[in-house]
Design a protein around this ligand. Sequence first.
Ligand code: OSB
Ligand code: MG
Length: 385
Amino acid sequence: MRGNINLRKEVFYWQDMKIKKITLRKIEIPMLTSFTTGFGTIDRKPTVLVRVETTDGIIGWGESAALPYPMYNPESVDTCMLVIRDYLASSVLNKPFETIEDINKLMSPVRENYIAKTGIETAIWMILSLARNKSIPEILGGTRKKIEVGESIGIKKSIQETTEEIGLRLSQGFKRIKIKIKPGWDINLIKAIRIKYPDISLMVDANSSYTLKDISLLKKMDNYNLTMIEQPLGDDDIVDHAVLQKQLRTPICLDESILTLDDARRAISIGSCKIINIKPGRVGGLNETKRISEHCQSKSVGVWIGGMLEIGIGQAYKIAAASLQNCIYPGDLSPIDFYYKDDVLIDSPKVDKNGCIKVSQKPGLGYQISEDKIKHYTVAKIDLK
Ligand code: OSB
Ligand code: MG
């Protein structure tokens, strides 16, 4: 009998859900340190939090973790605020939905703007998880109970400062080191790191700062046993990446180039990469993350979960994503307190001394949200009904 009642309750929530209200907040937690990449320096990192409430009173939170300016991709914190406020909220408010695919379909008339969509999409995952009383990794189909964490190290003032930070991160247990490179900050740095740390799992991320004209320099990277080179060329250039991959032994990993499952399918079919960094934000949320991951698995292309310097809410969804079976490389899941003075979670995920995070199996976000902290760090708030 009890089983039947639970089942009916689940079906009830599953079939009759509607979004009653969306609250959009721009949040800014002070950064402890800046982060420099091939596209510029991030020294302020506002983010967007999306609170979604259903007619049944279930509440979900999502994060649209864009940068303050459109330099990693065309979105920014302010474009996310505008696109959710003026276009996405009205496309989902008061519309019946049963599945995450329904939500994605309702948002699909708005082209791209995937970071903005992720704020809503992930909040719906939290709502579905609470309604079904099952954890997000469980409904997503993630099987890993523990995930491996790598550290991403920005461009520093000197090689010595970089090797010192690498030493610190290795002593803290991180499973691989990623360093940001750009023209002029590449081979000499890689060489110096390899002299000091000949055997560590080391990769580089160029954030699109090279072109095929740099091919002889990029080929030199084959001498340093890098686990991968992330996004060496343009975000719109899977063709040139295919040309480059044919001349490199080191696997190319695409980040900025892959926005959808179709992008992944095309890139793999022409040999543009051997690995994909999936950022839930860049691809519009956890559903597309899973679809890309599964397609990659069918083509023997391993993936890992990348990041956008999320705060705890976005981090929780990245952890859920990293529980997918094909996430075979350590993810960019730095502890929040490496970059920020505070977090909006009370129990922010911890990296253990072996460089791993335990995947929360609790229904909902999996971590405890502090509404007081969210209010404290809010710089703008918009209610949408
Ligand atoms: O290219 O992976 C990137 C941070 C901001 C924007 C782009 C990137 C990054 C990182 C850090 O490398 C990832 C993280 O720890 O969240
Ligand atoms: Mg990257």
